[in-house]
Design a protein around this ligand. Structure first.
Ligand code: C5P
Length: 219
């Protein structure tokens, strides 16, 4: 069974999907981490804005590996796990740019379908309900007001001991949403038949409960 979840930055997708997968005995596939890892790797090679053909051949050669392990996705660079280095605001920006490129989308779409094959999986991203898994048993679009999403990101940064300015985060989130929604390839929008859930006034528990109920109904 595939449960596909899309939504803008800070809508609560990662936390909710990780918990939902656990509750359902499924695995969790964070496709944003795949775009982040590719952005980080291309940037490291000085190739983030190379022409499509160069990117296409570079992607085939990068020592980047994606595997499903335990509860979800693990990413390796030269055989070593990649972690928080792909979670910086600068990688967020590069990911948003690199994700507009055809070779990157083709490469990751194929990989995402391969990783999900034969598994019960909760997949999360920007084009899960539209492009990658349009036939998923359950499709959900998670959203929340801009300010609530910025406040959640701000709290996350603070928790990690990083200094953060709320208004700056809000601006970055709005900028990234605009880029993700207005791009020509796989723009962020709810897929056909996706259930729209506004999480602004809901707790994580409430959202997980609601999605778990929908998943049981869709089985
Ligand atoms: O979800 P996360 O914020 O980690 O994603 C980082 C960026 O990767 C997004 O802003 C978006 O540009 C891109 N992305 C995408 N398609 C996906 C997942 C992420 O284009 N399925």
């Amino acid at each position: 069974m595939v449960i596909a979840v899309d939504g803008p930055a800070g809508a609560g997708k990662s936390t909710v999907c990780r918990r939902l997968a656990k509750a359902l005995g499924a695995v969790y596939l964070d496709t944003g981490a795949m775009y982040r890892a590719v952005a980080w790797a291309l940037d490291k090679r000085g190739m983030a804005d190379a022409p499509d053909e160069r990117i296409r051949s570079e992607l085939a050669a990068l020592p980047l590996e994606f595997r499903m392990e335990g509860e979800g996705l693990a990413v390796y660079w030269q055989g070593k796990p990649l972690g928080d280095e792909i979670r910086t605001p600068s990688v967020s920006r590069t990911a948003s740019l690199v994700s507009q490129r055809r070779p990157v989308r083709d490469f990751l779409t194929r990989l995402q379908r391969d990783l999900a094959r034969g598994r019960d999986v909760v997949v999360e991203g920007r084009d899960m309900t539209t492009v990658v898994f349009p036939d998923a048993e359950l499709k959900v679009f998670l959203t929340a007001s801009d300010r609530v999403r910025a406040e959640r990101r701000w709290a996350e940064y603070r928790q990690k001991g990083l200094s953060a300015d709320l208004e700056e985060i809000l601006r970055q989130i709005q900028e990234r949403d605009a880029a993700d929604s207005q791009r020509s390839l796989a723009p962020l929008r709810p897929g056909e038949g996706a259930i729209i859930v506004d999480t602004s006034d809901l707790s994580i528990d409430q959202v997980v409960e609601q999605l778990a109920r929908l998943a049981f109904e869709a089985r």
